[in-house]
Design a protein. Structure first.
Length: 709
């Protein structure tokens, strides 16, 4: 159907309108409505989040090339800075714009759940949409004035070639440091606006998500952020503005930040503690109540680095830092949509989880996203010394299971070169992360013999049959309980390092398939360090290289390989090693361990970039294997264990399915690898039947059935 002359005149008229020069925040308050569910909407209220007004108005200033906003979740920054900027550009200053979300899925979600709903309930925005159906899809919006809105995600195809006057980058610290190897996202995004010179603008917003790089950093100016990549690096390049409140008691200015929260310390119950949280003025020590937050935000001010507040004249003094980037940073206590009670409760429960498990992941997330701060890993605060750990070693009978251990896991490191061997380490776990080193030894000799009948050295890369030693000597290993009963505890699960010299990976896959044929694969994990940094500590994958045309390909997509964030796991172990008294998270060492073990445990160093490295060619197997053991427990839900009703494999010795009496200790009988199937049985007692794998192997006691997973 052809357009009418009236339709053409209406559409073309938008091309001749001069931009509406009203401030962005005023325009958003006038023209944008915020959907609140059920088909209802409200006008955007700048007084709910007044701290975004100044950053919003900077978006149209030719004095700046970019606006950077660092803040926690629940600040309203997305509504004001991103949604609001889109609405302003559509109504007041039509121009091509790119909004970049974290992933393609997030881009789709943002388009459907936020933009389309906002367009629908905002009449001034809706009537500027192109009426042509092919002009409006999930990732592309065209308007009557001819301006184009792209909703994309970080990729070279989206962030190169095309020019946009405006670019908005969201959740920046969750992006990869380099986009497809072409550079950081901010540089690629801002490059799209250079054609428009001083009228172009790039916005980047995020809560902090990158670790501090330099652990010895000392602040050079009042508003300087710690050295981090990502959003705080961009903030430091700008004029470094921070959000201040004017104290209702003394009228002096201070920043509402974690350091000024008080009242909750020393209260054990996190609910009661969070209800007692208050903000305290650092100048007069006056307490501020939660219901005063909205009023104080309404009177709040942004100060640049170098500016101060004169309470006598109630005015700003000093020459602020100058930059072509307007950068802003605020923390959680001022967030308009999150209460102090919520903030403190999340912090305290995250610290309790750290105390219980040694894992910092929840604590890191709370500090980053709720409090708006970069996280400094606890492991970075104190490097371990082998002498200190060795001095606290305890006396118990060698290679026995001390009281308190609920289950044992084993980890195997595959060593190549001239000294080929399997390095085997056994760790016992009790309640709430308490650990005991049960055993450590090497498998050096295979069951292959030379002409003189002498055992050949193991060769993990060359002989797949050598791997079956791990089933017999590691997975089915038992240790006597230290209670004089004669009972023994069997290993619950085993992790094996999948990497190494040529042939190791292929033989590792073959070994796991052999375990699957014998129904023991649920107790065997293949691990590998993850070369890609991810939020998840452990990622399950199924490698497949059959598409490469390799007729001998061993990775066929049928074997699970667990990719580990080893730096995070090593932080976790280091935190546990820092604990000096028995209890949750503590690591117990037996006195019979040699000095070499403690040297291995402390050989690696944590760099300023947060990565653990060996400073030389020394050994670090004890450290790596502790991480593998912890990874097994994470995969099986140990961190979230309810100790009032633990899983069967973590119960007391009297009912634990991995504890056997002396006459019922299981034995593994080997056959040729990999063609024949091994037989699993108990030692033959007079006229006693063979116990098949379907009983104790699955975690049940002999003669019964049950699962350990």
């Amino acid at each position: 159907m052809l357009a009418s002359a009236a339709d053409i005149r209406r559409d073309v008229s938008h091309l001749f309108k001069a931009p509406n020069r009203m401030p962005v925040a005023d325009a958003v308050a006038k023209y944008m409505r915020v959907p609140i569910g059920g088909g209802n909407s409200v006008q955007w209220d700048p007084q709910t989040t007044p701290y975004v007004i100044e950053p919003m108005n900077c978006l149209t200033s030719r004095e700046y090339d970019a606006v950077i906003f660092v803040g926690p979740a629940r600040t309203g920054k997305t509504i004001g800075l991103v949604d609001g900027w889109v609405a302003y550009n559509v109504v007041c200053d039509p121009s091509d714009m790119l909004v970049v979300q974290l992933t393609e899925e997030k881009a789709r979600e943002y388009s459907r759940k936020r933009l389309e709903r906002m367009f629908r309930v905002s009449p001034e925005v809706a009537k500027r949409l192109s009426p042509r159906s092919n002009d409006n899809n999930v990732h592309d919006k065209v308007f009557r004035a001819g301006n184009y809105l792209k909703i994309g995600w970080p990729s070279v195809n989206i962030m190169s070639s095309s020019d946009y006057r405006f670019v908005a980058i969201t959740d920046y610290d969750r992006w990869e440091d380099s986009i497809d190897g072409e550079g950081d996202g901010f540089s690629l995004g801002s490059k799209r606006t250079t054609t428009f010179m001083s009228s172009g603008m790039t916005l980047a917003e995020s809560s902090p998500g990158k670790d501090v790089k330099d652990l010895k950093w000392r602040q050079a100016s009042e508003h300087e952020a710690p050295p981090c990549t990502g959003i705080l690096s961009l903030y430091n390049r700008g004029d470094r503005r921070k959000w201040y409140w004017l104290c209702p008691h003394c009228q002096d200015a201070f920043r509402p930040e974690l350091d000024n929260m008080t009242g909750y310390q020393g209260i054990e119950d996190p609910v009661l503690a969070s209800e007692s949280a208050r903000v305290q003025c650092p100048h007069c020590q006056g307490l501020i109540e939660p219901d005063q937050k909205r009023e104080l935000n309404g009177k709040g001010i942004w100060l640049r680095d170098g500016q101060t507040w004169n309470k006598a004249t109630q005015s700003v003094e000093g020459q602020g830092r100058r930059s072509r980037i307007a950068s802003f940073w605020m923390e959680g206590p001022a967030a308009g949509y999150q209460s102090w009670q919520q903030l403190v409760y999340k912090l305290l429960t995250a610290e309790q989880e750290y105390d219980r498990t040694g894992s910092e992941e929840t604590l890191r997330t709370v500090v980053n996203t709720d409090w708006g701060r970069p996280y400094l890993p606890k492991a970075a605060l104190e490097q371990r010394q082998s002498e200190e750990l060795m001095a606290r070693a305890e006396k118990w009978e060698k290679k026995t299971v001390p009281e308190g251990v609920r289950f044992i896991v084993a980890a195997v490191d595959v060593q190549g070169g001239k000294n080929r061997r399997f390095v085997c380490q056994f760790i016992g776990y009790g309640e709430n992360g308490e650990r005991w080193v049960i055993d450590r030894w090497n498998i050096r000799h295979s069951k292959r013999c030379d002409e003189d009948g002498v055992a050949e050295p193991v060769d993990p890369g060359g002989y797949p049959e050598d791997w079956k030693l791990l089933a017999e000597e590691v997975l089915f290993k038992t240790y006597q309980l230290d209670d004089g009963s004669g009972r023994e505890m069997q290993v619950m699960a085993m992790a094996v390092d999948h990497g190494g010299e040529d042939g190791v990976s292929d033989n590792a896959y073959a070994f796991w398939r052999w375990c699957r044929r014998n129904r023991i694969h649920r107790k065997v994990y293949l691990f590998k360090g993850d070369s890609t940094r991810r939020q998840k500590v452990i990622t399950k994958s199924y490698p497949d290289n059959t598409g490469r045309g390799d007729r001998h390909a061993q990775a066929r997509g049928d074997v699970p390989l667990y990719l580990l964030q080893t730096d995070q796991l090593k932080d976790r172990i280091t935190n546990a090693l820092r604990r000096t008294t028995p209890g949750p998270g503590y690591v117990h060492f037996p006195r019979w361990l040699g000095e070499w073990f403690f040297d291995e445990l402390t050989y690696e160093e944590r760099g300023a970039d947060g990565k653990w490295r060996k400073p030389g060619k020394g050994a670090n197997e004890a450290f790596d294997l502790l991480c593998y053991c912890d990874a097994i427990t994470i995969l099986n839900g140990y961190d979230k264990m309810n100790w009032d009703e633990p899983k069967p494999w973590a119960t007391e010795w009297a009912v634990n399915p991995h504890v056997f009496s002396a006459e019922n200790i299981p034995e593994f009988i080997e056959d040729n690898f990999p063609d024949e199937t091994p037989v699993l049985r108990k030692p033959q007692a007079p006229q006693e039947p063979v116990v098949t794998a379907s009983n104790w192997l699955d975690g049940g006691s002999p003669g019964g059935s049950g699962g350990w997973l």
